[in-house]
Design a protein around this ligand. Sequence first.
Ligand SMILES: [Zn+2]
Length: 293
Amino acid sequence: MPELPEVETVKRGLAPAMEGARFDKVELNRPNLRFPFPPNFAARLKNCTINSVARRAKYLILHLDSDDVLVMHLGMSGSFYVENKNSPPAKSDARTRITAHDHVIFHLSGANGEHLVTYNDPRRFGFMDLIAAENLSSHKFFAKLGIEPTGNSLDGKCLARLLANRKAPLKAALLDQKLIAGLGNIYVCEALWQAGLAPTRISHTISTSGAKARANAIALADAVRDVIARAIAAGGSSLNDHRQTDGTPGYFQHEFNVYNRENEPCRKSHCSGHIKRIVQSGRSTYYCDSCQK
Ligand SMILES: [Zn+2]
């Protein structure tokens, strides 16, 4: 499943072809993805210009000059493929995926040329919607989303405040989208390992009784921002078949320090522990019980 760093990578891959470009035509090869497309979807996009390509949590957000916002979610297996109409890709870059799963094709023209942007999604858990710009922040997708884990606003002070009085284990609190938006299972495991905190630890123990940050709240906030920033820099990571928007086999699965490393030695220097796997709320948690306290 694409996690936040993948979605950020997709956003950066789409921006050169889409930002400032106009929809010349939109081809829909089926009536729905996870949900039906909104009424008159193709017609409402046609001739609109995309003012900006942004991301919030795992949603791609394209502001249009029609005052509609095109919201897209990759679900479990969605990916985009960008082709420049006037310069076909080198043979080695030719796409290898099954085009039967190409569900939406955007024909775009803009300052960077004419592009085809194709949305492919074998499992069809992704979706696209059009939302009036003025209703975006109050829309059910966005109204309750927590803070972004990418910016500097997520610091120790903020995290201590968010987790004060919470009795849930740290792992569950970090996965709560109402607290932090878009943080997924893999990166929560990695951040807890990096910060040396046990996933089972009670959340409020990183805050003082006055909801101030203890040292480990600062370490955890730093670790969350760091694992996300490094994954984005590495081009995202995913356990599924993803590819970069130019069609090259992307989303290379970068090395994780704990995720999927059950029984392997801990990589912290001076730690002789081994990685354990437990199940929390139905999801696998990987951690080292020697150095994560
Ligand atoms: Zn360890």
